[in-house]
Design a protein around this ligand. Structure first.
Ligand code: MN
Length: 225
């Protein structure tokens, strides 16, 4: 059920009822649990960063996405196109933030690092020349993101090839480029500043030690279907 504004006897009150014109089955987004403890990625990513990043930053994207969707549902119900359009930036930013971080947590693991295996490794060699070349390319792209954003390894379903791409802010990879996201590197300062200060390259050097290649391989297999 969603909150619908009802006018009763000349006053406005909020009631939890499914009303005409209000979709009653819309699910609110929720913050997914981290698949490991906050301190599990140490020394590469500190517990303090992980706790704030997950409990404050990701949680804020989830809350603000729910608020934007609620307002959007109201605007749709009223046929208010202007209000619908003015909500687009909030939907993109908070929806992208939720989507991106939900992938990011699973891309990391305390038992990660090393190199991928099997088909993913073969595809990386085929499309980038070698694993080292791929790693250098994604690292350089991550370093070069101006301000806040993400760098990604993605799968291009049309060319059937792997590609790297950078996105500004919380722009989601698939919605922006069409690539299916496999591995995302968050280069917002909130992802590293408490530990690495302004030295983003040191954070990027460390993050390769906790990449969950099993998860990236599963995403690669699923993206090809
Ligand atoms: Mn982040």
């Amino acid at each position: 059920m969603m909150l619908c504004r009802l006018s009763l006897f000349g006053r406005t009150s909020l009631k939890l009822v499914p009303a005409l014109g209000c979709p009653s089955s819309r699910q609110k987004h929720t913050l997914p649990d981290l698949p490991y403890d906050f301190g599990a990625l140490q020394p590469h990513i500190s517990a303090e960063i992980m706790q704030l990043h997950h409990n404050k930053h990701h949680a804020a994207y989830v809350n603000n996405l729910n608020i934007a969707e609620e307002k959007y549902a109201e605007a749709l119900a009223k046929g208010d196109v202007t209000a619908q359009i003015s909500l687009q930036p909030a939907l993109k930013f908070n929806g992208g933030g939720h989507v991106n971080h939900s992938i990011f947590w699973t891309n990391l693991s305390p038992s990660g690092g090393g190199e991928p295996q099997g088909e993913l490794l073969e595809a990386i060699k085929c499309d980038f020349g070698s694993f080292e070349k791929f790693k250098d390319k994604l690292t350089s792209m991550s370093v070069a993101v101006q301000g806040s954003g993400w760098a990604w390894l993605g799968y291009n379903k049309e060319s059937k090839r792997l590609q790297v791409a950078a996105c500004a802010n919380q722009d989601p990879l698939q919605g922006t480029t069409g690539l299916i996201p496999l591995l995302g590197i968050d280069v917002w300062e909130h992802a590293y500043y408490l530990q690495y200060k302004n030295v983003r390259p040191d954070y990027l050097k460390a993050i390769w030690n906790v990449i969950n290649w099993q998860n990236v391989s599963e995403r690669y297999q699923a993206s090809k279907k």
